[in-house]
Design a binder for this molecule. Structure first.
Ligand SMILES: CC(C)(COP(=O)(O)OP(=O)(O)OC[C@H]1O[C@@H](n2cnc3c(N)ncnc32)[C@H](O)[C@@H]1OP(=O)(O)O)[C@@H](O)C(=O)NCCC(=O)NCCS
Length: 201
């Protein structure tokens, strides 16, 4: 009876030890997973890094025109041009144009068009794919334009925007553009004032 009691005690304490070491093991496992989650957070993962490296801003080429058109058609708030007008952007004519695209994994997600007028630069159009907005892609395009304008000694950069286009106005203001004028009833369909912004580069 005593022997069997001792066996029970031994077996209980073994189970207890096993339970404790089991939970210690689980605890160690838990902390190891946390460590791995933080160690492999997205920006450190080789695949995420590679994905970021596949994002680039480059000069547009004539083969990009269909994609520029589809991005433009998807946005109600930018100037609408015909396919011919887009194609003419790539002809060596005056005024000189800067056409940039932001490309992620080989897909264009946004573009801008600017023209050089004497010593000034006018930003004529900028758009980012609806689903890709607020991811700093517009910023990447604008920063590239500013750098190119600076390199040529062209300033200021100016633009007109519909008074009700608060998203674009916030975007320009976030980049240091300052309101420099108002053109009454400048736009049609619908009629609306244009706010003029300028940025000294
Ligand atoms: C304007 C536009 C190009 C901005 O592109 P985007 O890639 O979304 O902008 P970003 O992510 O680079 O934004 C940079 C900053 O601009 C400001 N901003 C951009 N969109 C904004 C919005 N909808 N509301 C308020 N602020 C905004 C913010 O300060 C933002 O920084 P945050 O996201 O850290 O707060 C984009 O909204 C667009 O394509 N609009 C439709 C086309 C258009 O109207 N073009 C202008 C014609 S004149």
């Amino acid at each position: 009876m005593r022997r069997s009691l001792r066996r029970v005690k031994v077996s209980c304490s073994c189970q207890l030890e096993l339970a404790i070491s089991g939970s210690q093991f689980q605890l160690v496992g838990f902390f190891t997973s946390i460590f791995h989650i933080f160690r492999l957070k997205p920006e450190n993962q080789p695949r995420a890094r590679a994905a970021r490296e596949r994002e680039s801003v480059r000069a547009a080429v004539p083969a990009d025109v269909p994609r520029l058109l589809s991005l433009e058609r998807g946005s109600a708030t930018i100037a609408h041009w015909s396919e011919d007008e887009y194609r003419r952007l790539f002809e060596n004519s005056t005024p000189e144009r800067i056409v940039l695209v932001v490309d992620i994994d080989g897909r264009i997600q946004g573009f801008l068009v600017a023209r050089i007028v004497n010593t000034e630069c006018e930003l004529e159009n900028i758009v980012v794919e609806q689903s890709a907005r607020r991811k700093q892609l517009g910023t990447r395009l604008l920063v590239e334009l500013i750098e190119r304008a600076k390199a040529r000694g062209v300033e200021p950069i100016f633009l007109e925007v519909r008074a009700s286009n608060y998203a674009a106005r916030s975007f320009y203001e976030a980049h240091g553009f300052q309101q420099s004028g108002l053109r009454k009833r400048y736009y049609v369909a619908p009629v609306e004032d244009a706010v003029v912004y300028r940025l000294k580069t």
